[in-house]
Structures are given as C-alpha cells and as structure tokens.
Unconditional design. Structure first.
Ligand SMILES: Cc1ncc(COP(=O)(O)O)c(C=O)c1O
Length: 397
C-alpha cells in the first residue's frame, strides 16, 4: 500500500511587511494627475495645469532616431555610464551653451534626473547624513532622501527673496547643525525663480568652504524668459549637476537625464548604476543624442511656454490672484490663494470637481506654508491655459 503524498498546506495567514522607509509622502502633483485623468475617463472636460510636462511631442529627429533603430538589431544594454557618443555630445553642450569645458568622462547618463538623484545621493551620502533642501521645493527630493535614510533639513526660503535660498541661509543652517549636503534648483519648481550668477557662485563657494556637498538641479535650464541660467560647473569642480531631457528637450516619458560628476565620483556612480539600472534605456539614448540638433522645434516649444506665461500673468491678477513671482524660468507660477482659502488641498479638489481645472496644492512643495498656495503649470497647450483662465474667472467671483 502506498501512502499518499502529504498535501500542501497553506501557511498561517501572513502579510508581507511594509518597510518604514517606504512610508514617504505621496507626490501630490501625480495624485492630482491620476484623479484628473479618472474624471476625464468619466466624461468630464478637464484642463491640465497640474503637471510639468511639455505638451509638445519629442522633436522629429528623436522619433526618427528611435524608429531607425527598430530594424531588427538588438535593443541592448549600454555602458552603465551611457553610450560614449552621447556622453561626448552632452559634454559639448556645456561648451556650446555655457562656454564651460567638461570632460565627457565626467558625464553619467541616467534614467531621468530622478534616477540621477538616487545615484548621486547614494554616491555622496551615508545613511544618517543631513542634506538641506529648500521649501517651497520639489517634493521628490525629500522623499528620495528619506527612503535612503538620509535626514532632510528644510531651509524655509522667505517670500521676499522670491523663495530663493541664499548662501547666508545655508551658512546659518550649517551653524545650527552640521550639513553634509545641499540640494538646490535654479530655475526652481514651483516658483520659477532663478538664482543670479553671483548668488550661485556664493552658494558654490560657501559649500566648498564649509565642506558641504552641493547638488545643483538644472533640469529647467533652457527654459528661461530673460537672462539664461548659469550652471554650477562654472563655479565649482566639486558640484554635482543633475539635468534631464524631460523638460526643455520635451522627452519626459523617455526617462533619460544625466549627471556631471567630480572625477572621484564617476567610478562609484558607475558601480551603483551597473547594479541599480544597468544602463539608461538604449532607444532613449539614441533619441537624446539626436535632440541636440532639434533647435527649431525646441525654440517653438519655448515660445509656447512664454506665450502661456504671458496669458496667466495677464489673467490671474484680475481674478484676485495677484501674489506670485512672475517666473524667470521653468513653466510654473506659484500663486498665493489666501484670499480664497487656507487649505490648498481642498481648494484644488474643489477646483477639479467643480470646474475641471487641475492644479497642484502648494502643500506638495511646502509642508508648513503650502496651505496658502497653488502651483499652476503652463507647460501644456494654449487651449488649456486660456480655458482654465476663463473657468477660474467666473468660479472665483
Ligand atoms: C526640479 C525637478 N527636478 C527633477 C525632476 C525630475 O524630472 P525627470 O526625472 O523627468 O528628469 C522634476 C520633475 O518635475 C523637477 O521639477
């Protein structure tokens, strides 16, 4: 007689754990986008001012480069630091745009600047390090740093410096308790404010003097409405620069960006990228190399943002929304709504539900003062900006 094989028995109920490090805040702009798209699927006419995403398609040269590669050849991994020809092309961009010489060996091609931040933070900081960021500021910085066990120190930039962090503020924060790093962007999200060359030089010099690693987020370079932006590479060989093909180059979904690193950080970043992503996507790297030759289309996109910006600068004050900095760059206006509400979450929720205008609560960018502000993105179509203004005008009456 054979004994039947023991039957598999389900183990006692078990829920896989959730780590504490996963407990980061949500990125509200993306949550609003999901809600707005859901309402659209339900048949509502929604105008999108919530996301910093160019409405333009990627330039033709990008599409052609990707299509040409779809001829049956493998779409493979590349070197972890990126295709050598793309690294050379990015280095040349620094000479063309800023007159700065950058060795191609210092360039690392990443999966958007978002992927670049993870690499830079891991290469620069150990768990427990203290890194300062500005409020209002880009929310993902804090979330990535916290997930990596790095303490974020918030420098609350005052409205009277256009919410720009100065070298004196960095020095004061460092004097209170030692900082290991500083992460700033210019032009900034959500305010569009840009640092002058002198201010950026002072930040670089202060960081070098105090031994603070400086990461300069330059993803909105190219998108300026007056003076061009300056790169931290003009003032420091030790700054880490993060940049992206998402914004000026209209390639958000291609998930490609780059870092420029001090020499001694190149190999650590290469080793990290080998294991974290292997490489940035091959097709996106081909597209990125081609996009530098698409000046006319990129200029046309910039002209559209400039015209959208002009429409909002003209329309918002008449609605009682007259407290904001007019944005030197990027494609956002960060607008004080305190005349209408002290709860930006509720304000944006109602605005979406009642008039179909999607915008991002200031709370996403500033956890203490963002109750009184809303960020409007003017990266989208002119139709959306005009229609949003029309709807808001009667809603806010
Ligand atoms: C200031 C800033 N940095 C970085 C990013 C990330 O962009 P990406 O990962 O597409 O390069 C964004 C996106 O909105 C941003 O606003």
């Amino acid at each position: 007689m054979t004994t039947p094989a023991p039957r598999w028995k389900a183990p006692a109920p078990f829920n896989a754990p959730v780590s504490l490090r996963a407990n980061v805040a949500s990125f509200m702009a993306l949550d609003v986008m999901v809600r707005a798209r859901r309402r659209e699927q339900e048949g509502h006419d929604i105008v999108h001012l919530e996301i910093g995403e160019p409405a333009s398609p990627p330039p033709r040269a990008v599409r052609e480069a990707a299509i040409a590669a779809l001829d049956g050849r493998p779409i493979g991994y590349t070197e972890a630091l990126g295709r050598p020809s793309l690294r050379v092309r990015i280095a040349r961009h620094y000479r063309d745009a800023y007159g700065v010489e950058v060795a191609p060996e210092r360039v690392a091609v990443t999966t958007g600047s978002s992927g670049g931040f993870v690499l830079a933070f891991l290469a620069l900081f150990d768990a427990g390090a203290r890194v300062a960021v500005a409020a209002p500021g880009y929310p993902a910085y804090r979330n990535i740093l916290e997930a990596l066990g790095i303490e974020t120190v918030t420098i609350e930039a005052p409205e009277d410096t256009r919410f720009v962090v100065t070298a004196a503020m960095v020095e004061a924060a460092h004097a209170e308790k030692k900082l290991d790093g500083l992460l700033l962007m210019s032009p900034a999200n959500p305010t569009g404010a840009m640092m002058s060359g002198d201010a950026l030089r002072d930040i670089c010099a202060t960081c070098e003097r105090l031994g603070i690693a400086f990461i300069s987020d330059e993803v909105y370079h190219g998108l300026t409405y007056g003076e061009p932006a300056q790169t931290a590479l003009q003032y420091s060989s030790q700054a880490v620069v993060a940049n992206s093909f998402s914004k000026y180059f209209c390639m958000t979904g291609w998930r490609i960006g780059w870092l420029v690193l001090p020499d001694h950080l190149v190999r650590p970043v290469e080793r990290l990228h080998q294991s974290l992503a292997i490489s940035a996507p091959y097709l996106s790297q081909l597209g990125a190399e081609a996009v530098f030759e698409a000046q006319a289309e990129l200029d046309a996109a910039l002209a559209r943002y400039a015209s959208n910006r002009a429409i909002l600068l003209n329309e918002l004050p008449g609605m009682g929304l007259d407290r904001f900095h007019p944005a030197d760059g990027a494609f956002y206006l960060y607008v004080d709504i305190s005349r209408f509400s002290g709860d930006s979450l509720d304000f944006c929720g109602k605005m979406l539900n009642e008039i179909g205008v999607a915008a991002t609560p200031g709370l996403d960018f500033d956890r203490t003062r963002g109750h009184h502000a809303v960020r409007f993105s003017f990266a989208g179509s002119e139709r959306d900006v005009v229609e949003a203004s029309r709807r808001m005008k009667s809603w806010l009456r």
